[in-house]
Write a protein that binds this ligand. Structure first.
Ligand code: LLP
Length: 426
């Protein structure tokens, strides 16, 4: 996405033009999102189900911004939420209760009541992550005089080939009901009687998966369990294969989200579940590639020791985008006004932010001697702003939402005085 002069664009607009780079107070650091491209990504994924009944439950945790959540809701997605706050965002953005799933290992009683209490029947399902939780939710449903719809999120004991911090389906993860505990989980459902209705079974094995193998291993476990359940004469309303579809951060990702959907849909059909609704829970793949973090270049620093080093100081830090510091993630960083030089053709600069931590480091990237005024940090639409903090007295970054070839909404950063006032409590 660059124009004829090589300037970075998004949604048909030049990023430079959105940021007031020449002004005393440029609008950086700022996230910029292409909402139309996000909706298109959801449509492309939907194509992977090849007409089979399905629900794309967008993992709201990846990006909770109203313009994005609303657009995905309007495009027919459901929502997977993990807190009362995310549930309120999904409802506020117009998602019907019937397409909302609530996951999380430690839902509070308040959150459980909130989810059970929505509309006439509560949300589509509270995802049970332990036997203990089933008993708790049954008690809350009785107390409220309602029936709670629930699902089992099982831990399929699959090792995802991804960063340890985002692998969730293995034996030692805190997530999901262990396969060994399923008999007890079914007993808890039976004991609950009218208070609970078991809607589905699912798993989520981890995030940033760049091949379908382990995803399908998880899907096989879910299909085996669904077949057992069906044999008892109590078929499930849906099967949930989770999210985790990877994106290309620069190292490549040979599979598309639709590839995961297609493979899982065909597997389900082979196993006799062609008519059963398939639920998936993608977050990252719907939003990461369609958001960038723009930062002004503050200055370069050179150390002439041996070996000599070059740093590029920018006005975005780990508080704005924590993925590099937290996971060692590498995001492509490019000049805003011209294409990046090929690696090896220009000196490498360590791109660092202003935060007083050594881990405030976005890695080494090539820049030509004439430095740009600003840079674009790519693929920052997921787990970017949502994980931002105000550490070091920095306000949260600005967010700019593009749709239909224009700026659809802006969420401005607070300035230093407003941030200080928020900490002084009067
Ligand atoms: N469903 C469940 C139950 C999950 O725990 C997650 C993500 C998702 C769906 C969505 O996964 P996705 O499609 O986005 O991979 N902050 C980390 C990622 C944490 C993912 C947590 N769970 C990162 O920046 O890489």
């Amino acid at each position: 996405e660059r124009d004829a002069h090589g300037a970075a664009t998004m949604g048909g607009l030049r990023l430079e033009d959105l940021l007031d780079l020449g002004a005393d107070a440029p609008r950086t650091p700022a996230y910029v999102y292409d909402v139309d491209a996000i909706v298109q990504a959801a449509r492309d994924l939907a194509g992977g189900f090849e007409g089979a009944p399905h629900l794309i439950a967008y993992a709201v945790k990846a990006n909770t911004a109203g313009p994005i959540v609303r657009a995905l809701g309007a495009a027919g997605c459901g929502a997977e939420v993990v807190s009362g706050g995310e549930l309120a965002v999904a409802l506020g953005a117009g998602f019907p209760a019937d397409v909302i799933l609530f996951s999380g290992v430690a839902k509070t009683s308040r959150e459980i009541d909130q989810a059970i209490g929505v509309g006439d029947r509560g949300i589509l399902a509270l995802q049970m992550e332990s036997v203990e939780e089933i008993t708790r939710v049954a008690a809350r449903a009785r107390a409220l005089g309602r029936k709670a719809r629930v699902s089992f999120r099982v831990n399929p004991s699959v090792e995802a080939d991804t960063h340890a911090h985002v692998a969730t389906g293995h034996d030692e993860a805190k997530f999901g009901i262990a396969l060994a505990d399923l008999p007890a989980a079914y007993e808890a459902i039976d004991r609950a009687g009218d208070a609970l209705e078991l809607m589905g079974i699912g798993c989520h094995i981890g995030s940033q998966l760049t091949r379908t193998d382990e995803y399908l291993e998880g899907a096989r476990v879910v299909l085996d369990l669904a077949a057992e359940r069906r044999a008892t004469g109590k078929p499930l309303a849906y099967l949930d294969f989770g999210g985790g579809y990877g994106v290309d951060y620069g190292a490549g990702c040979p599979v598309t989200p639709a590839d995961f959907a297609r493979a899982a849909t065909r597997l389900a059909a082979e196993r006799g579940f062609g008519g059963t609704r398939i639920v998936v829970e993608p977050g990252r793949a719907l939003v990461a590639p369609y958001g960038v973090l723009c930062a002004s270049v503050v200055m370069a620093k050179r150390s002439r020791g041996e070996p000599s080093r070059r740093w590029l100081m920018i006005d975005a830090g780990m508080n704005d985008l924590v993925r590099p510091a937290l996971y060692g993630a590498k995001h492509r960083i490019e000049p805003i006004d011209r294409p990046p030089p090929a690696a090896g053709e220009a000196p490498g600069y360590r791109v660092v932010g202003p935060v007083c931590e050594s881990s405030d480091d976005f890695g080494e990237h090539p820049f030509a001697e004439l430095l740009p005024r600003a840079v674009v940090i790519r693929d920052a639409g997921a787990y970017g702003f949502v994980m931002a903090s105000e550490y070091n007295g920095r306000g949260l970054p600005t967010e700019i939402f593009l749709a239909g070839g224009r700026v659809a909404a802006i969420h401005e950063s607070r300035d230093a005085a407003a941030w200080a006032a928020s900490r002084l409590f009067g």
